[in-house]
Structure formats: structure tokens, C-alpha cells
Ligand binder design. Structure first.
Ligand SMILES: Cc1cc2nc3c(=O)[nH]c(=O)nc-3n(C[C@H](O)[C@H](O)[C@H](O)COP(=O)(O)OP(=O)(O)OC[C@H]3O[C@@H](n4cnc5c(N)ncnc54)[C@H](O)[C@@H]3O)c2cc1C
Length: 348
């Protein structure tokens, strides 16, 4: 039997929870949230142990609930997990964990959602908020298949200890690459490999956190800010990561040309043995459950405008640069969720 709901939200991470929280304000009945993990909070519990937010607590809240404590501090990963769990306790939504959605297809002006365990649901409106963390991206580098050392994506990195005494190369030029290289440097001989020099951005220009400036100038939510998607990634730093790299002698080198069975060949031709390569090379959006729905382009990417799918009744929340620079951040996802819900409610 198909269970019917007014609104079905896929994923109980920050994007799905913000969407469920705002649903009643847009005329939807209590949302049904389907989550494949056995707990809520999305990918936050799986991020590396030392992760702290790049935005201060006062700029890191979802709609309707502030981060408690000092607004100027940078909350830790575990604080975010606790915050999301507390958010759920106040949420009026029906959340079904351990429910992996395998298919979402349009039928007679509604959507049919099927789960791995055989459960089936229908809804007038669906919001896909399943994130990108399950699709880590690793570039195809010559020699990858020959390399006999350890090769792992940053999605599987937790802490530096297992790499103690090793020779490690961290690939990437963004926050994750720099933070992981900075802490690995204390226990392992570490090199940071990136295609371009690191683009450092000050955390506190002119004495104020950069998020204060982004909010004050309106840049954070300006549609124009989406243009930053085309700009090479940069690294936000209050000085601590640069200091750590210097202190531990972590060198940045141009991306290696290839891997060999026991190491890398650098761009200048020098060979070096390496125990582990860590790929901090980002994520790609993937919505396998939408195959055959008419929503995905030939490249597998969703076809949407600001989160509204080209097939009616479906929306997306949590896509990077979905509507602005702050899309897919704790501070920005609520704004996108409100936009998507208001459009979906109008088209019912
Ligand atoms: C290392 C790292 C650091 C970051 N740091 C910050 C930061 O400091 N500040 C900030 O604002 N943002 C940060 N972000 C960006 C962003 O806020 C997080 O990635 C956030 O977790 C994204 O939330 P989400 O809800 O969109 O996706 P997720 O947290 O990935 O949640 C998606 C949920 O969908 C579920 N799901 C997936 N597929 C299915 C399916 N088929 N059926 C049912 N459920 C499914 C998953 O189990 C998961 O629970 C960071 C991201 C990364 C990777």
C-alpha cells in the first residue's frame, strides 16, 4: 500500500530539516522526512574529528533556532551534531530513519517514492535534500590503478593518528585539504599538492569576521554571488592553518603528474615514495533515485532553476550555489528552503 503525504522530504541533514521546519509556513501539512541513516543530522557526524565551522555561531543557525552560547565562537563538528539533534526535538515532522529511497518518479501529477525496504509513498510535492557527501570526487590521474599505497578520499578521513610516521600527500586547494594537511603535518611527513597556489582569505578582515561583512553588504545572498562558483576555491584562515603548515614544514607543491606503484612523479619529473594519498577534491551531486524521472540531464545533473525542478512538484535544497554564495551552508539553507517551498505550494 502507498502511504500518502502532502510533502515528502528526502534526507534528514540540515537541508531536509530546515525544509521540514518551514513547511507549515508555506501551507503544507506535517512533512514526512525519509532518511537512509539510522540517525538524523546528515553528514555532520561523519566529517573529520577536528572540524570547526568556518562561520561563527551567530551566523550558523537554521530557521527558528539559534546556536546557544557565545555567538562569536566557531562551533565544533560535535556541537553542530548536537545542535541538529536539538533542532529535531523541536520539529513537528514525521521522520523515518533507516529508509533509503531508491526511486522517485512522476505519476498523474503527483510523485511516487519507493524505498529499499519495499515501502512506497505518494506526495504532491517532494524536496530532494540528500546532499553530495555520498559522491566523493577523485580526479582520474595517470597511474592511479598502479599505486599500491593507501589512497583515500577526505570523506573517509577522521583523524591524523593512523598516519603517524608516514609520508603523505594531500591533494586539493580548499579548506579541507589545508586543514587536513595542517594537522597531519604534526605526525607525518606531509605535502600539499594542488593545481594552483593556495588562495588565502582572511577570516577577520578589518577586525570583523568575514561573515559579518558578507551579511552587511548583502553579498551572501545576492544572485550575483553565484559567479563565485567559477572562481578557484580559496581557504578561509585566521592565521592558524598557515602557521601550522609552516611549523610542521608542510610544503605546497604543484599537483603531481602521475602515480607510480610506490609514490608520485612531481610536475618537475622528480620521483618520491609515498605511503598515502588523501584526495580532498570535493564531491559531485548525484540523485540516482531520479533516473528515468525526466529531471536529470544527460550528465546526470538535476535540471532546475534556483532549486525548482523542470518537472513540476519537485524541488532541491542543499545544492552548492543553488541561489547564492550561502546556499548549502547552515546560514543559507533556510532561505533556499523557503524559496523552494513557496514555489512548490503555489504550483499545487
Ligand atoms: C568537510 C566539510 C566541512 C564543511 N564545513 C561547513 C561549515 O563550516 N559551515 C557550513 O555552513 N557548511 C559547511 N559545509 C557544507 C554543508 O553545510 C555540509 O556539507 C552539510 O552537511 C550539507 O547538508 P545537507 O543536509 O545538504 O546534506 P547531508 O548533510 O549530506 O545530508 C543528506 C542526508 O540525506 C541522506 N540520504 C542520502 N541519500 C539518501 C536516499 N537515497 N534516501 C534517503 N536518505 C538519503 C543522507 O543519509 C544524509 O543524512 C561543510 C561540508 C564539508 C564536506
Amino acid at each position: 500500500m502507498e502511504h500518502h503525504a502532502d510533502l515528502i522530504v528526502l534526507g534528514a541533514g540540515q537541508s531536509g530539516l530546515a525544509t521540514a521546519a518551514l513547511a507549515p509556513r508555506h501551507g503544507f501539512a506535517r512533512a514526512l522526512v525519509l532518511e537512509s541513516a539510522d540517525q538524523v543530522g546528515g553528514s555532520w557526524p561523519r566529517y573529520y574529528d577536528s572540524l570547526t565551522l568556518f562561520s561563527p555561531a551567530r551566523y550558523s543557525s537554521l530557521p527558528g533556532m539559534r546556536f546557544s552560547g557565545d555567538g562569536d565562537r566557531y562551533p565544533t563538528r560535535d556541537e553542530v551534531v548536537d545542535y541538529l539533534r536539538a533542532y529535531v526535538r523541536r520539529l513537528d515532522a514525521d521522520i523515518r530513519t533507516s529508509t533509503t529511497v531508491t526511486s522517485v518518479q512522476p505519476r498523474d501529477g503527483a510523485w511516487v517514492i519507493r524505498a529499499e525496504d519495499g515501502a512506497a509513498f505518494t506526495a504532491r510535492a517532494v524536496v530532494a535534500a540528500t546532499g553530495a557527501f555520498r559522491s566523493p570526487y577523485t580526479p582520474a590521474v595517470p597511474g592511479c590503478e598502479e599505486f599500491a599505497g593507501q589512497s583515500l578520499h577526505a570523506a573517509d578521513y577522521r583523524a591524523p593518528e593512523p598516519f603517524t610516521g608516514q609520508r603523505v600527500v594531500v591533494v586539493g586547494g580548499g579548506n579541507s585539504a589545508v586543514q587536513i594537511a595542517a594537522e597531519l603535518g604534526a605526525v607525518a611527513e606531509t605535502t600539499l599538492a594542488s593545481r594552483r597556489p593556495i588562495g588565502w582569505v582572511k577570516q577577520r578582515p578589518l577586525g570583523r569576521d568575514i561573515h559579518w561583512w558578507l551579511r552587511r553588504t548583502g553579498f551572501d545572498i545576492a544572485p550575483l554571488s553565484r559567479m563565485l562558483e567559477k572562481v578557484p576555491v580559496s581557504v578561509l584562515d585566521d592565521g592558524r592553518y598557515r602557521r601550522a603548515l609552516d611549523t610542521h614544514g608542510v610544503e605546497r607543491r604543484e599537483m603531481f603528474a602521475r602515480l607510480t606503484p610506490d609514490g608520485v612523479v612531481w610536475a618537475d619529473g622528480a620521483k618520491e615514495p609515498v605511503d598515502t594519498v588523501i584526495w580532498a577534491t570535493g564531491y559531485r551531486l548525484a540523485y540516482p533515485y531520479l533516473n528515468g524521472s525526466g529531471v536529470l540531464g544527460t550528465d546526470g545533473r538535476p535540471r532546475h532553476h534556483g532549486g525548482i525542478a523542470t518537472v513540476p512538484g519537485l524541488g532541491f535544497v542543499g545544492i552548492e550555489f543553488q541561489r547564492s554564495f550561502s546556499s548549502n551552508t547552515l546560514r543559507g539553507v533556510g532561505r533556499d528552503a523557503a524559496h523552494v517551498l513557496s514555489r512548490l505550494s503555489r504550483s499545487r
